[in-house]
Design a binder for this molecule. Structure first.
Ligand code: ZN
Length: 242
């Protein structure tokens, strides 16, 4: 396993997921790791689970935990809560069992995978170098994958300071001795101002992480969100990537 597709925050957006998975296939990714939130917000929760189950490995996000009843939704926004209620009515018992089976953190190939942060896998956002430094102090691995913020990039630490990674640099060399927190961005609901689906490719042989974006049919997803009766704001935000 040398070329690994890294994805996160798919949120029931099947067209975005399909676009990313075909791009990963074309780029020669041998496996896919996801950093949580397969469901929530989007209109294809069962279809996304079916597409990911068995062909990828990952962790549970806060929306996955809420959808399987492991996390209360009182801290969710009204739109997010409405979506969880709708999703619960759509998922099969097998879907619920799969979401329940996902671990909160996973260590593999010398990497740690988590949704939010090691301190708060289901709630904490790593948005600044201070939280990134605190998170790295709780991790024993040098390459760490996270999501939750829906912001592509992450952080790199050299032992003295922690700095954000600019994903617009494209491919970044992973320097031995430095420590990384890598966020592939969100497949299904980006919030960094770029509405295109986000993903990353980790090449363990070359020692690189490559950040990518890919267009998909946003208006088809917006029409489906409206058609199934999910809150309109969940459709609107996809156009602006916020
Ligand atoms: Zn999310």
């Amino acid at each position: 396993m040398t070329r690994i597709g890294i994805i996160s925050d798919i949120h029931g957006n099947l067209p975005a997921l399909e676009a990313v998975l075909s791009a990963l296939n074309a780029e020669g990714a041998e496996t896919v790791i996801f950093c949580g939130d397969l469901v929530g917000y989007g209109p294809w929760p069962g279809e996304v689970i079916a597409r990911m189950q068995g062909s990828s490995i990952g962790v549970q996000g806060n929306h996955d935990a809420a959808a399987c009843g492991a996390l209360p939704t009182n801290h969710f926004t009204p739109a997010a809560r409405a979506a969880i209620d709708w999703i619960r009515s759509r998922l099969s018992a097998a879907d619920i069992a799969y979401l329940s089976s996902l671990p909160l953190t996973r260590e593999m190939e010398g990497m740690t995978v988590v949704h939010g942060s090691p301190r708060g896998p289901l709630w904490e956002y790593i948005l600044d170098p201070w939280t990134a430094a605190e998170s790295l102090s709780l991790l024993s691995t040098d390459i760490n994958l996270f999501g939750h913020s829906h912001i592509q990039g992450g952080f790199v630490a050299d032992g003295e300071k922690v700095e954000p990674i600019d994903p617009r640099a494209g491919t970044i060399e992973l320097v031995p001795g430095l420590r990384y927190l890598i966020n592939p961005g969100s497949v299904g609901q980006p919030r960094d101002g770029d509405p295109r689906a986000a993903y990353a490719i980790l090449d363990l042989k070359q020692g690189t992480i490559a950040y990518h974006r890919i267009s998909y049919d946003i208006s088809a997803v917006q029409r489906e969100i409206i058609r199934v009766g999910l809150p309109r704001e969940l459709a609107d935000r996809l156009s602006v990537g916020r």
